[in-house]
Design a protein around this ligand. Sequence first.
Ligand SMILES: Nc1ncnc2c1ncn2[C@@H]1O[C@H](COP(=O)(O)OP(=O)(O)OP(=O)(O)O)[C@@H](O)[C@H]1O
Ligand SMILES: [Mg+2]
Length: 342
Amino acid sequence: MGIISKDIGIDLGTSNIRVHVRGKGIVLSEPSVVAINKITGEVLAVGNQAKEMLGRTPDNIVALKPLKDGVIADFGATKMLMQTLIQKVTQKNIFSKPRLVISIPSEITDVEERAVEGVAYKAGAKEVYLMEEVMAAAIGSGIKIEKPEGAMVIDLGGGTSEMAVLSLGGIVVSKSIKVAGDKLDKNIVDYIKQNFNIIIGEGEAEELKKQIGSASASMTEEKVQVKGRNLTTGLPETVTVSSKDINLAINDSLNEILRCIKQALEETPPEIAADIMERGIVMTGALSHLKNIDRFISDEVGMPVFISENPERSVIKGVGLALDNIEVLKKSTKIRKDNRRF
Ligand SMILES: Nc1ncnc2c1ncn2[C@@H]1O[C@H](COP(=O)(O)OP(=O)(O)OP(=O)(O)O)[C@@H](O)[C@H]1O
Ligand SMILES: [Mg+2]
């Protein structure tokens, strides 16, 4: 069956889990969703297959997203998700347990951090290393973090938006806010409810965001039809929603993210701010695909903004690079090894 890989990197995201196997690269990227039989506790599906079941399950099955706001909300389901995916990438023929490097949000609490480690050990890890997401995002975007020149990275994901100013291999300023893709979806559901009197699912809201969502009210207005349930009659109804509607729905949340970026910049020492001004801010995370988000931020903060190549993969790319240098990194502060056993 070929090589038995013992080092695995995981980006345990609120929306997507991505896995890197040392020597193989990114081998998997699937939605962070698990479908479980409520009676037997058996895992019926994970990832793409489970996502299709969201909102469509009979009484005995539950399809859920075990991570919320970048942290573990359901310990058991996260363990099952991680275990299933580790088995999938190691083709079940692993003889020795893997070493794991897992990315975590920077403002995670001790309890939340321990939950990640606990899940990893329960899922079969031999050793667990934690790496800050923003650090991984920077490395994965090709930023030479060891250099004295300052850099800023903004990671816009599903559960959290994280921003960090880095210099000389360390984090100088970091901010995190629980306003990201999921919140925008909720904003869209609420807006449609209030303005069209219909209720749509968060999955439909996400599709609207991807299709016609924009961070700035664009000149050309796009329209799409959406199916929902009329709140008064309880019957299915189709309405036409425009890009302007979506922009109005998500505007407040985008401004919250913006305020956070501005705060981070205000706390940045002037020398480093000058470096960022010159090099530009780097954006990662799948929400960076939102139309005009780069321009919106750039106009508001008055600095150039660049979207990383394949922004949804920056974090796992950075984790993968750390994994390749695990022996070197073990001696540095980039990754932390936990000594607790579960
Ligand atoms: N084309 C697109 N336009 C707008 N939003 C998008 C697009 N593609 C994906 N997204 C959004 O990006 C978000 C997921 O981003 P990502 O996969 O980086 O998150 P994550 O790493 O799982 O979450 P987190 O880092 O917050 O724990 C979702 O809200 C998704 O709807
Ligand atoms: Mg992420």
